[in-house]
Structure formats: C-alpha cells, structure tokens
Design a protein around this ligand. Structure first.
Ligand SMILES: [Zn+2]
Length: 140
C-alpha cells in the first residue's frame, strides 16, 4: 500500500515502502543500521575480562556512581559499528563513558592519548576544560 507520506522522504520516486531498500541507496553501499543491543551477559563478560579497567586511559571504571557517570564503564567497539564492527566479546573493550565519548571513532595508538591521561573529569560539564587543559599542557 502506498501511503501519501512516501513522497515526502525526498527520494522522488513513487515506490511504496520506507525506501531503505531503494536501489539508489543500495548502490551507494549505505550500511544497514546495526542494532545496539548487547546482552547483559556479553557486557559483563567484556568488563570482567578487562578487569573493569578502561583500555583508553588504563584506569579502573567505577560502578558506584550510576551508568550515566563519566567514570562508569561502557563498551567500546574496536571497529566502529558504522564500519561493520560487531557486538561480540572479542570485538569490544571496556572504556569509561567519558573516554569512549571523547575518543569517538579515532583509532588508538600504543600510548594513552594525552587528553585521557588521568582519566575522566568529575563531571561531564568539565569535559571541555579538562581536554583543553591536557592538550595545551596548561597547569590545573
Ligand atoms: Zn578511561
């Protein structure tokens, strides 16, 4: 069934459906969305293997401050999901929420990145100041 809204998606065809399988998109190699669901068991297996330690700044994560905290553990994908990385234990590492977020999809070298030395700030609000300080080598 063709809904009146199918023209509103900007692809300019009259084909029915949501157009995620539109040939133009498939030709461009637009990746299918990969689910973000990771089971609790997989999550715990990654954290325990890594001894609850962040692989970016190499400091322990904290579970006593809530899951949204900069110091809370999160799963970091070795290969970003957008480049086809999977959700298996082997393909993930433990990272602080903050380190994971600041790093984005930048590849890691052998050294702790200069912005990550010392671990996350006490609050997200301090992120910008802390990163700027570390990058410029300014004293606290
Ligand atoms: Zn960290």
């Amino acid at each position: 069934m063709v809904s009146p809204r199918s023209r509103a998606n900007g692809c300019g065809t009259d084909a029915p459906g949501d157009h995620t399988d539109h040939p133009a998109l498939l030709r461009l190699g637009v990746p299918r969305r990969v689910g973000v669901k990771v089971s609790r068991a997989t999550r715990t297996a990654v954290y325990e293997r890594d001894d609850w330690t962040c692989h970016i700044c190499r400091l322990p994560t904290r579970t006593d401050r809530g899951t949204g905290d900069p110091w809370a553990p999160s799963l970091d994908h070795l290969t970003p999901r957008i480049r086809g990385g999977g959700n298996t234990v082997e393909e993930m590492r433990t990272a602080h929420n903050w380190c994971n977020t600041i790093r984005g999809t930048e590849p890691l070298g052998d050294e702790v990145p200069v912005w990550a030395v010392g671990g996350p700030p006490e609050s997200w609000k301090q992120s910008r100041a802390v990163v700027a300080e570390r990058m410029t080598g300014a004293a606290a």
